[in-house]
Ligand binder design. Sequence first.
Ligand code: AHR
Length: 650
Amino acid sequence: MLLFGAICARAVDTTAPTLEIDLSQPGFPVSPTFYGMMTEEINHAYDGGLYAELIQNRSFKDDPAGPAHWQLISAGTGNAITLDQTQPLNTNLTTCLKLTVADVTQGPVEVANEGFWGIPAAAKTTYRAAFFAKSDAPATGPLTVSLESADGRTVYASGSVPAVAHDWTRYTLKLKTGNITPDAHARVVLATTNAGNYWFNLVSLFPPTWQNRPNGNRVDVMQKLVDLHPAFLRFPGGNYLEGKSVANRFNWPQTLGDLAQRPGHEGPWGYRSSDGMGLLEFLEWAEDMGAEPVLAVYDGFSLPSDAHRGGVTVPPGIELARFVQEALDEIEYVSGATTTPWGARRAADGHPAPFPLHYVEIGNEDFVGEAKRTYNARFAQFYDAIKAAHPGLQCIATIPVKSRVPDALDDHYYATSTEMMKLAHKYDHYDRTQPKIFVGEWATREIKHVDTNGVATYNWMPWAYRDAPTPNLHQALGDAVFMTGLERNSDIVVMNCYAPLLTRVEPAAFQWNPNLIGYNSLYSYESPSYYAQLMFQQHRGDTVVPVAMTGEPAKVFYSATRDRQHGTIYVKVVNLNATPTTIAIAVQGAKKIAARGSLLVLTSGQPEDTNTLEHPAKVVPVTTKIKGLGSRFTQTFAPYSFNVLQLNLQ
Ligand code: AHR
């Protein structure tokens, strides 16, 4: 959301520090792979998030102790719900929900799913329900499926199947809401008035999805992602790639095809993944955003719960060969011709066209214990096999290696804004003969501490902090500070992506903060950091312009690019001070700068301000048309602000 403000007047200050922008130098291209996204299953990013499935624990594997997130609603005696493994749907979905209906004298016997912190009921919306069921009821009457308020008093939509067969059968129906008041905390109820036993599996409810893809993505969240026009999507992790054990790695073949054949797996962030967001869904998600996949392949390193003591590592050599082959097959699934075995499988799964693929990352964060000790050899084993099969693919290393020269090195930074001020210069003097850099995860992660004298410092946020799922203005400014450094050095930092991307906002639902986009079941919002990303992305330009500051003011950071085709210059200035900062801007090498331009400002004045579901637009960028520009002028930048000054060449 870019709001427009009024034209402002300009004062000339001859004593101000000067930002010199040199257009006489050729500069270098802004990396075409700026800016990207990083994603994994964390904070219910997919299940309960982007992946639009609304039923939690649809395959009854979440908790072996009982039917988590399901509830029996019945006043009769002897009615019950239990987990049952005697009626497997198939070899992958082996546990089902058994509903015992013994007493229907008190009314229908119902089983309800609470969804992911509530099922959304939106007005005038068609939901698609689907489930497998079987019954031994002697008289199989209709089974009703309803979307209703959590207390059951209001039914928003309802439908039924006429009877339940004795053998496993898949049933589908549509639930259409009318002009209801939206409810983020509704539930789905299956109800019968016929005694007998009923078994259910893969119980599913989908709202309309992005581009109506079956098994697709949530529309409001997708819109926010698409608006960022990411150049790439790094997936599937992160720690989610590794898993807490080899068996719980992102085992991509088990995430393909028919949902009923996907067993799901235990994720590393404390909850199980349905794998409804499987490899093909990741790829189609990237495709829908116009982004290229950056595919992270499992490299033999998994995280045990005490990850920082070393992890579970498959030794290089014969044991690792199986995972190298898995990676080669995965690459073939993504980008191979349909004449190849895995390319043919992709076509059979519904996507004959190969996906573009230029980057493959070998693992994730192999910087601990045994993983670190063996990465040199493991990387070489993957690198050699991948390059032999796909000479054009770029192989990204997660830590520096000596065995081979990686095409890029993935650096991760989670840092306070104070640290970001240093990190903004990290690549200014980086040895350009070294591998290119992919900053594959980064974010300003901090919490304000005020001492007894009223002096504020910004400290590392404790892991247990659950007050804020998304960043505030000050964190967004820390991000912008860091991004000025990335942009200035985009000859060597060829790709970067903020992480994590998505979060539910309920405190019990997220494991990590901050995150770029927050949501509950019904609504979502952009954080101030989202807007900092958007501002850089929308004012990327094509060429990095040399800039230098004389009389460098404290806590002011800057970069500049130009768009040669449109004759525009984008000057990015971050003012982390509590007071306004006035800077003279001097442009060399331009024939003429138009007197009129614009200033896009992200600030609310209060560094702790943030956006929430209730107040999604507290911190949003505002555009002001400005005049009096030229080859030298002064500009005042607001306290705690990130600014994009647009100059137009004439
Ligand atoms: O982004 C959250 C986690 O941080 C990622 O899973 C991991 O790669 C990093 O340590």
